[in-house]
Design a protein around this ligand. Structure first.
Ligand code: F6R
Length: 619
């Protein structure tokens, strides 16, 4: 969950600190408990690190500037071992005279044993972190060998768990060494300068040429190039690619917050995810497929694994994929999947959904599925991330970088990609005819314009949010594909506005939760389109009446033209009409906007809510 940046350059302007600070600003979404930098200078390693947001470090550096340098590393932390203090902030130091600095993302599971070994040798520690153990070990190896890459290699082979490590040494200016296991690391290739980052956002302001590292690899960057080996020291190669978005995509673009910008990116995110998906024969073009069509035809079940918002996208996917393919679909929270003895074999397709591609719970679920012989497919937003690499096939969502911690545009892109997958499987297996698929695709292509239209009508939602700033609890109800939308609406409100919020399947209400309704209780209801099969619309309208009769304040999300809801609604938020299965792509937007403005009304940090981090790389 931490963000890490490394830089070496031969440019005369000695801009290492500037590059690293800019990288940290772009990676701060990964964790913001503390931040620190280390520079290699003629005077040795110069370092500063501060608890709190990057701004604290920035101010400290303004008060007491560090000497110029061409080699630097930087870290922004989401605390795991040891609280968010100055002492526990990275970098940590090791070796004789503390001439080595090291930063870390992940968790070193065997750090207690290693620390005891070092303590027995008289090594002293200044922090409670697992990272400092790695710093001491690499420092000691460097003192023996004088070779930073060799020192890193000797240590990573002793570590268990998940880690990306970057190290610099005062006696090796112009060298940064990185290593990764179960945690991301990407190389940026510039002209006479090279970068390392947790993701490409770290260096997107300088280069779009990136190299993705494989599992268990070590990379050494110098101003002349980069060299990759495996943990045994054998030469290895990364996979080069060009980043398709530029720095402006990772900036706020005139909006007050990243989240607001990303909500407004949604029409584009859906349009881009749909782009170029079908060839002339109407067959889906997956980004990377290592599963034969024959194997896909043989699938007997699908299990979707994901966490949080991505899992709600999976719940929407279940309704659509089952409807179109008649293949049973189960949605499992990735962190529970491994422990429920899942029924998975070679005819099971395990679909992981992840914005970051680094969520440890989801990664472990995919690995477990691979071990059980399942076919694995990743729906992911981040090129070069770990989960797609561990999967047999990849369908990338093209939402662009999502910086705000609360997911918005990735959710819509994930749902869109799931629809594409469902249609493709249906076609492949002859369950749906090309005409039907074309009809859904045609409606999907209308969605970006409809979201655009919807975003233009959000003034009342903003007013409602400000009006409700003092709410203590808010309920969200939905049925069918509206149920995961209700869950997502509640999650957005919890994480952004710290208000107790619950999402329920509207039909479940009378089985218990209706006891929560008291006069004035605000309840959002996601109403299905009037033409949804099985008279669902009518049933939800009855649910609204039931809670209204008990004093609830009803805020109803209903399609344009749906007049049946009007008599029972305190507020009606209108969304454009679409096919019932595609409705979540529209219905969720007002709920995102509501949470955004309620958080703003409470003067909270919209982009970086408390206790959270964007990429959850610990289990
Ligand atoms: C909520 C949110 C999280 C993520 C979850 C999975 O707004 O962002 O619930 O959806 O942590 O993350 P990814 O999609 O990166 O695997």
């Amino acid at each position: 969950m931490c963000g890490i940046v490394g830089y070496v350059g031969r440019n005369a302007d000695d801009r290492a600190l500037e590059v690293v600070m800019e990288g940290l600003a772009r990676l701060e979404y990964r964790g913001y408990d503390s931040a620190g930098v280390a520079l290699v200078t003629d005077a040795g390693i110069l370092s500063d690190k501060r608890a709190g947001k990057l701004e604290n470090l920035r101010k400290a550096l303004a008060r007491q500037p560090l000497a110029p340098s061409r080699t630097a590393i930087g870290h922004t932390r989401w605390a795991t071992h040891g609280g968010p203090t100055d002492e526990n902030a990275h970098p940590h130091h090791g070796g004789e005279g503390d001439r080595l600095a090291l930063i870390h993302n992940g968790i070193i599971e065997n750090f207690h044993a290693l620390k005891n070994e070092l303590l027995a040798d008289g090594v002293e520690f200044t922090s409670e972190t697992d990272t400092e153990v790695a710093a001491k070990l690499v420092g000691r190896e460097y003192d023996r060998t004088g070779d930073l890459t060799a020192a890193m290699r000797a240590v990573v082979n002793r570590l268990e768990g998940a880690f990306t490590l970057l190290a610099v040494h005062a006696d090796s200016p112009g060298v940064v060494v990185g290593a990764r296991r179960n945690s991301p690391l990407v190389v940026g290739v510039g002209d006479g300068e090279f970068f390392l980052g947790s993701d490409v956002a770290a260096f997107i302001g300088y280069t779009r040429n990136a190299v993705e590292l494989g599992q268990d690899q070590i990379v050494t960057i110098t101003p002349d190039g980069y060299a990759v080996t495996d943990f045994a020291g054998n030469p290895a190669a990364g996979r080069g690619y060009e980043v398709t978005w530029d720095a402006s995509a990772a900036e706020k673009g005139g909006f007050a917050t990243f989240m607001e910008k990303e909500i407004h990116d949604q029409p584009q995110a859906v349009a881009d995810t749909l782009l170029g998906r079908f060839d002339e024969d109407g067959c889906l073009v997956l980004d990377e497929v290592r599963i034969s069509e024959e194997d896909l035809r043989r699938i007997t079940r699908i299990t979707i694994v994901a966490c949080g918002t991505a899992a709600y996208a999976g719940m929407v996917a279940k309704y659509a994929i089952e409807h179109w393919t008649r293949i049973p679909v189960e949605v499992a929270l990735a962190h529970e999947f491994r422990y429920c003895d899942p029924i998975v074999d070679e005819t099971t397709l395990v679909v992981s959904i992840s914005q970051s591609g680094e969520t440890m719970d989801t990664l472990m679920a995919v690995k477990h599925a691979n071990e059980l012989g399942a076919l694995t497919l990743s729906i992911c937003n981040t090129h070069g991330s770990t989960i797609p690499r561990e999967s047999d096939a990849v369908l990338y969502t093209h939402a662009g970088p999502e910086i705000a911690v609360a997911s918005t545009k990735a959710f819509l892109a994930q749902i869109t990609a799931s629809y594409i997958l469902g249609l493709y499987l249906a076609q492949l297996r002859g369950e749906t005819y090309a005409d039907d698929a074309r009809e859904v695709m045609a409606e999907l292509r209308q969605i970006p314009a409809k979201i655009e239209d919807l975003l233009g009508r959000m003034d009342r939602v903003k007013e409602i949010a400000y009006f409700m700033a003092d709410s203590r609890a808010v309920l969200f109800l939905g049925r069918h594909v509206g149920f995961p939308v209700a869950l997502e609406g509640a999650l957005k409100l919890k994480e952004l506005a710290y208000i107790h919020a619950e999402g329920f399947a509207a039909g479940e209400l009378k089985h218990g939760p209706i006891a929560l309704i008291e006069p004035g209780q605000p309840v959002f209801i996601v109403v299905p389109a009037p033409d949804t099969p099985h008279e669902l619309h009518k049933k939800v309208v009855s649910n609204i009446q039931e809670i209204r009769a008990r004093g609830a304040r009803t805020i109803v999300i209903a399609e344009d033209g749906d007049e049946d809801v009007v008599p029972f609604a305190n507020e009606v938020i209108r969304v454009p009409q679409t096919a019932p299965l595609l409705a979540p792509l529209l219905a969720v937007v007002p709920l995102q906007v509501f949470a955004l403005h309620l958080s703003t009304a409470k003067d909270l940090d919209v982009d970086q809510p408390r206790n959270l981090a964007k990429s959850v790389t610990v289990e």
